[in-house]
Design a protein around this ligand. Sequence first.
Ligand SMILES: CC(C)(COP(=O)(O)OP(=O)(O)OC[C@H]1O[C@@H](n2cnc3c(N)ncnc32)[C@H](O)[C@@H]1OP(=O)(O)O)[C@@H](O)C(=O)NCCC(=O)NCCS
Length: 154
Amino acid sequence: MQQTSNQGAATHAAADEKNIATDSIAPLQLPGDRQLVLRVMPMPADANGNGDIFGGWIMAQVDLAGAVLPARIAKGRIVTVAVNQFIFKQPVSMGDLLSFYAKVERIGITSVTVNVEVYAERDPANLHVVKVTEANLTYVAIDMHGKPRPIPKG
Ligand SMILES: CC(C)(COP(=O)(O)OP(=O)(O)OC[C@H]1O[C@@H](n2cnc3c(N)ncnc32)[C@H](O)[C@@H]1OP(=O)(O)O)[C@@H](O)C(=O)NCCC(=O)NCCS
């Protein structure tokens, strides 16, 4: 993570030095109803035997990213109760910069369901963005005993 933000800072600094408009390398425009909740670059240790990124690593990142909005809404501890849907649309490659965008689908009595879309920025020389993964997850607010508690109102 640290490495990623340093790389980003270096890129912007270089662009500024050459007087290149950094706006032109903005990664992507997305629907306004989604929030950027995580950005991360996979490392070689996250690759599978084919050299692509291991699906389990991507699932873990989606679980982390998906929890951001529910944790805010629940104002306290939450747990993942269900991964309702998980689609790997495209493989993720080494060097891809992954951006996780989340949208709240439903707020129940004790649960919050979110949709997470993952986009990969690849090939910096010819930058393009590919949607690689989409998932739906449900998180439950829990009390100090690990039992469901109501989502606070407002
Ligand atoms: C999450 C947990 C506290 C729920 O306890 P529970 O007694 O089964 O709770 P309930 O049956 O009352 O369900 C609680 C909420 O989860 C929802 N839920 C339960 N199972 C679900 C499923 N398979 N899919 C979607 N939502 C589900 C219920 O609809 C309910 O939502 P609502 O209150 O908004 O209507 C409990 O199952 C648990 O501790 N699971 C383990 C969690 C965990 O370890 N996760 C991995 C690490 S974070």
